[in-house]
Design a protein around this ligand. Structure first.
Ligand code: ATP
Length: 270
């Protein structure tokens, strides 16, 4: 597992999770999970509440540790490094370097409330990447334009709607120029009328940019539109995965069929 992927080969997996186990206390949340994402692939994770979907993203972002297993991102080990050919736990410096591969967008936006929109975006490029203020501001402008928020650059997050805050959060993650974008239910905290504007931005990103995208969502129609592959998670494993047209039209596994049926019934009843 020293060299699981070749970052210069577009067909090579950029994320490889191998027999990953994660427990919270007695609860087994990821159960020897094997999961891969190819470079440039857009993958959606669906599944019941508590099945471990967000935990996968949080582990990749190094916000949660793992109990066992191996993870490689862009050909490099995530949670360990090799010293004298032997795997040892990753140092903080290694984790910091690995985090640059990924940007994450959270349910609750997580913007800094005391900073303007512009500063929210320039902060990490200046302090983590070492960009000058002028370079970072140019970059902020570029990504605010992409998410349609340039005229709000001088506002504070509290002066924006949830949909606008989420679009800023997307611009902030993009400003670090990650190779991989992780979206953790990016619309689930939004009022229904604000969901569309955020999905439009993510859809545009998926169509126009060569990013690898891993998205946890309950928006099935959206998953159908943007994904190369949909993964159905349950109890910490991938039960079934397929291109969206197959997954939604003829799921093979009983558990997937049951989930999709219940999901559609709940939505229609809502
Ligand atoms: N920090 C934590 N401490 C203890 N338990 C946790 C923690 N984070 C997650 N869990 C538990 O781990 C399980 C998986 O959580 P996770 O958030 O990954 O599920 P999910 O599939 O994303 O669910 P949802 O769709 O409801 O967001 C849940 O039972 C959750 O309560």
């Amino acid at each position: 597992m020293n060299d699981t992927s070749n970052p210069s080969d577009p067909a090579s997996p950029i994320i490889v999770m191998d027999q990953v186990v994660k427990r919270f206390g007695d609860a087994l949340v990821l159960d020897h999970l094997d999961f891969q994402v190819a470079k440039g692939e857009k993958v959606t994770i669906i599944g019941p509440s508590g099945s471990g979907k967000s935990t996968v993203l949080r582990i990749l972002m190094t916000l949660e540790t793992i109990d066992s297993g191996l993870i490689h991102v862009a050909g490099k080990p995530l949670w360990h490094e090799y010293r004298d050919g032997r795997p040892v736990p990753a140092s903080e410096a290694h984790l910091r370097a690995m985090r640059k591969e990924m940007g994450m967008v959270f349910q609750q936006f997580n913007l800094f409330p005391h900073m303007t929109v512009r500063r929210n975006i320039t902060e990490s490029p200046i302090h983590v990447l070492g960009l000058s203020k002028a370079e970072a501001e140019q970059r902020a402008h570029e990504y605010l334009e992409l998410v349609g928020m340039t005229e709000h650059a001088d506002k504070f997050p509290g002066q924006l709607s949830g949909g606008q805050q989420q679009r800023v959060a997307i611009a902030r993650a993009l400003a670090m120029r990650p190779n991989i974008m992780l979206f953790d239910e990016p619309t689930s905290a939004l009022d229904p009328e604000l969901v569309g504007e955020v999905l439009t931005v993510i859809r545009r990103l998926s169509e126009e940019h060569d990013l690898t995208m891993l998205l946890v969502t309950h928006e099935m129609e959206f998953a159908r539109q943007i994904s190369d592959r949909v993964c159905f998670f349950d109890k910490g494993v991938v039960v079934e995965q397929a291109p969206p047209e197959e997954m939604f039209a003829e799921p093979r596994e009983e558990r997937t069929r049951e989930f999709l049926k219940t999901f559609i019934r709940t939505r229609q009843g809502a």
